[in-house]
Design a protein around this ligand. Structure first.
Ligand code: GLN
Length: 188
């Protein structure tokens, strides 16, 4: 099984190392045709305005939307912004893959980045140390969305049973549980 990590901009390298730690082959995706050999795709954190622009520049937007009909996509931070359906920022064209309404940077600016424990509904062994960097807030979720983790009573990890999104950076640190959950979605 090969997992693609969109490598247009942002924190893709750390996702690759977490996947390798889980003994899964990771592959940087820089060209649309590379998606063909992947079973899942991670859209990393970074800057969603840039990621959105780059997607059109290399012509991968429609390929990702088609890919997502068959395979799970995991968006983290800016990647979550890209998966959303509703966003009040006209510079970003989202992929409309998950029924969530999102506000960018709503957990604070870069200087207010923080780490705190969140609990994971799918793993109660211990809390997860979540790194929030200009993180998006999920303001509203649709009927098909399940909340897998909350922070201060706000959803921070959500799934629609097929795709997965986290508003923080699960690739920072050595805890592989959230990536493992994504692999389970692929294997289902
Ligand atoms: N605020 C960024 C955006 O909306 C996301 C930040 C991040 O990915 N760490 O693009």
């Amino acid at each position: 099984m090969k997992i693609g990590v969109l490598a247009l901009q942002g924190d893709f390298a750390k996702h690759e190392s977490i996947l390798r730690e889980l003994n899964v082959e990771a592959m940087q995706i820089k060209y649309p045709e590379e998606l063909k050999i992947c079973s899942g795709l991670i859209i990393p954190g970074g800057e969603s305005t840039t990621i959105s622009m780059q997607m059109d520049y290399i012509g991968i937007r429609k390929k990702i939307i088609d890919f997502a009909k068959e395979h799970p996509v995991f968006g983290t931070c800016a990647g979550l912004v890209m998966l959303s359906t509703q966003l009040e920022d006209s510079r970003i064209q989202t992929l409309d893959l998950m029924d969530i309404t999102v506000s960018r940077n709503a957990w604070g600016r870069q200087v207010h980045s923080f780490v705190d424990d969140v609990s994971l509904s799918f793993s109660n062994s211990k809390p997860f140390g979540a790194v929030f960097i200009r993180a998006p807030k999920i303001d509203k979720v649709g009927n098909d969305i399940t909340v897998l983790s909350e922070y201060q009573s706000e959803p921070v990890i959500v799934t629609n049973g097929k795709h997965l999104a986290a508003s923080f950076h699960p690739e920072l640190g050595n805890d592989t549980r959230i990536h493992k959950y994504f692999l389970e979605l692929i294997n289902d």
